[in-house]
Write a protein that binds this ligand. Sequence first.
Ligand code: SAM
Ligand code: SF4
Length: 330
Amino acid sequence: MIDPFGRRISYLRVSVTDRCDLRCVYCMAEDMTFLPKAQILSLEELERLCGAFIGLGVERIRLTGGEPLVRRDVMSLIRNLGARIGPGALRELTLTTNGTQLAKHAEGLYAAGVRRLNVSLDSLDPARFRALTRWGDIEKTLHGIFAAKAAGLAIKINAVAMKGVNEDEFDRLIAWCGEHGFDLTLIETMPMGEIGEDRTNQYLPLSLVRRRLRETWTLEDTDYATGGPARYMVVRETGRRLGFITPMTHNFCESCNRVRLTCTGTLYMCLGQEDAADLRALLRDPAVDEAGLREAIEAAIARKPKGHDFVIDRRHSRPAVGRHMSVTGG
Ligand code: SAM
Ligand code: SF4
């Protein structure tokens, strides 16, 4: 699948649920209304859609959410998608998770063919972690992370950088990741969905963070790239990668290779735009066969926009897009 700007679409992110067992302050409001079950695709429907994308050339699938591992029976979907890994088909199946359920699922994930995970962890301080997630227990997340490591999964930690909240912790996070053999990615807050407070107070430009980190660490350029928004460096002292996701200060759209599917079967061609295609209606229409489904996906890809229009400043206090990150999964 090639979009109108010549970008090959080979990466699908699938939000398998909008629900989560945490309420991170930058992601969700405390009092969220989740979708009614009837609107959510069944695991079989999700698998059928993923199959259509694989047939069209998608090589990597990342399951996300909400929290993917809180969806009931999600391991059956993971096992079925894992079975499609092979030459000429799916090359990689990964997950982004908050880690709370990992202790239970780490070995099953490895057995299903998953080899890498992104785990979100914004602070190593228990009280701060609790405040950021509104009620999370850091021990549960850490236990999950180490269970995943023990099961043989490579781990990248994702931390959202927030002004006055965790900006004093990045040195510690880099050292901790180095010690345990994890990569780390710092993420700028993105203006997605109402969260019950003003985001301009949270926004911390990573260009500033990087300048500060250089006082302590030797950051070496690398040409490692994933077609995503992260720019990676290597921390010479730890030998681990450090990524910066900077949608606000850096435009990453030229090399974007991905589209996003929500748990209701809506396909978003860009994280930062509203245009979408409703694939659920087609999926549930007995008159639409596999060819019809593929045609609809191709028609959507033909509308993939050139880029996003994220802005966070005093004049734009409203979110750039109304949906929360938990809808499209980041
Ligand atoms: N629950 C899983 C987790 O937390 O990893 C997967 C879904 S979560 C929406 C995916 C990623 O998006 C997490 O790393 C989270 O920190 C990030 N995220 C959520 N809301 C964000 C926002 N407004 N700006 C930037 N990153 C955000
Ligand atoms: Fe849940 Fe992940 Fe959003 Fe936190 S970032 S509320 S863990 S979906």
